[in-house]
Design a binder for this molecule. Structure first.
Ligand code: SF4
Length: 325
């Protein structure tokens, strides 16, 4: 049985596995929504409640222009602002940051929905109440999603500091078909792979960093035995190649080159020297993009080379996928 960390044991036990930490709270009072006409070109404007402070908040949920640029990088804060302004989802060069020059040139705070969802209960119950959940450095809960390599893929809310094993075994019902775990990506697809012996790592930012990866947005990917890591990394690299918005030459060059090198490895070409190219390309392009996407292929590729060199060697030696043997 997985064990909870000692500090979590002393706290009120959240309902598991679908921890509804805030489920016992009174429902917020939602004022009547204002009937507003959509502005020309706008898809929706929702007026909702901020709950607890009695004011309404208008949320602009997108612009007609957004329909042509819904992609991964549109989640980057300045790209999201561009989309709301009806432009392409292209991240802006920073500085200036949105807090000084944001939406339509005005100072703007950009936060994700998960962060904002935590605000009403904190206002209702106070910071001390909120800090009872999670760890000293990572307060509260986080939403984690599990891929379909487990028996119960889905989305689970857990206090920070809960062991990864709990998420996989208790929430996800363990690996499908009883497969052993070959690799863990705690924040797929941009996180470093972890070996299976890191399964008891607490799900909080510091612990994941110390383990050699990152918690990111909590999209946890489990990779079962029998999966070739070269194939996995190639898929990740192709994803970033497609999702790069292409406005920074370094990012275009890097993502395309990494993918073509990985394809060569997959086909058994390039010998040992090709493996040395990855680190050089990533180091050369470090910090040369307007956003962090340029850095995202680095952790999965570099950790894969380190932890799963057998898969790379097998491809280079035979030009085949070891998992297919
Ligand atoms: S780093 Fe890549 S994704 Fe980010 S703005 Fe530049 S080209 Fe676009």
């Amino acid at each position: 049985m997985p064990t909870m960390p000692p500090e979590a044991m002393s706290r009120p036990k959240p309902k598991m596995p679908h921890a509804q930490t805030f489920g016992d709270l009174p429902k917020p009072v939602v004022p009547k929504t204002e009937n507003r006409k959509l502005l020309k070109g706008q898809k929706a404007i929702v007026t909702g409640a901020s709950s607890g402070i009695g004011r309404s908040i208008a949320l602009a949920l997108g612009h007609a222009g957004a329909s042509v640029c819904v992609n991964y990088v549109a989640g980057e804060d300045t790209a999201a602002l561009e989309v709301i302004e009806g432009k392409k989802a292209w991240p802006r060069q920073k500085p200036p940051f949105p807090v000084t020059v944001g939406l339509f040139g005005k100072p703007t705070a950009v936060n994700n929905v998960e962060t904002l969802a935590n605000v009403p209960p904190i206002i209702l119950h106070g910071a001390e109440w909120y800090r009872r959940f999670g760890t000293a450095e990572s307060s509260g809960t986080m939403i984690f999603s599990l891929n379909d390599d487990v028996n119960r893929p889905g989305v689970y809310e857990l206090p920070f500091g809960t062991p990864l094993r709990y998420l996989v075994e208790e929430c996800g019902g363990g690996m499908k078909g009883g497969k052993k775990i070959k690799a863990i990506m705690p924040a797929a697809p941009s996180s470093a792979f972890l070996p299976p012996d890191k399964i008891d790592t607490p799900l909080d930012h510091n612990s994941m960093r110390e383990a050699g990866s990152a918690l990111g947005c909590g999209v946890v990917r489990l990779i079962g035995e029998g999966t070739c890591i070269v194939e996995e990394v190639l898929k990740i690299s192709e994803f970033f190649t497609v999702e790069s918005c292409g406005q920074c030459p370094a990012c275009r060059m890097e993502t395309n080159t990494l993918t073509s090198l990985l394809k060569k490895v997959q086909q058994g070409q390039g010998g040992q020297p090709i493996l040395e190219q990855f680190g050089k390309i990533l180091a050369f392009n470090k910090g040369k993009g307007f956003c962090n996407l340029i850095a995202m292929p680095g952790p999965p590729i570099e950790s894969a080379l380190k932890l799963f060199s057998n898969d790379f060697q097998a491809h280079l030696a035979t030009g085949k996928c070891p998992a297919a043997n």
